[in-house]
Design a protein around this ligand. Structure first.
Ligand code: SF4
Length: 94
């Protein structure tokens, strides 16, 4: 069985939307720590993007719940929790 590219494999997953964001950014803390480029670089799902004004956008609906951003973000930058019951990513192999 051919596994395909990472993008093709991620496209098999399902995302059940939560009622609201499970990730929030403290923009002031993120600017002070220069965290935007780091978050943009480490997220495997491309959830974070830094705008021209330096603000960080969070496309939380595509989060893979890997926890990497929570592990590397400077203290006080992220508020992160798992999506509510039944929401979030559902991994699919076939
Ligand atoms: S938990 Fe993983 S996939 Fe979700 S935003 Fe953080 S780094 Fe990206």
């Amino acid at each position: 069985m051919k596994l395909g590219t990472i993008t093709e494999r991620l496209a098999r997953d399902r995302y059940n939307l939560d009622d609201g964001p499970h990730i929030e950014i403290d923009q002031a803390a993120a600017r002070a720590a220069g965290a935007g480029p780091l978050l943009e670089r480490i997220c495997p799902a491309g959830v974070y993007s830094v705008g021209a004004d330096g603000a960080i956008s969070v496309q939380w609906a595509g989060c893979l719940e890997c926890g990497t951003c929570l592990a590397v973000a400077p203290p006080g930058v992220l508020s992160w929790r798992y999506p509510g019951s039944g929401a979030g990513v559902a991994y699919r192999q076939g």
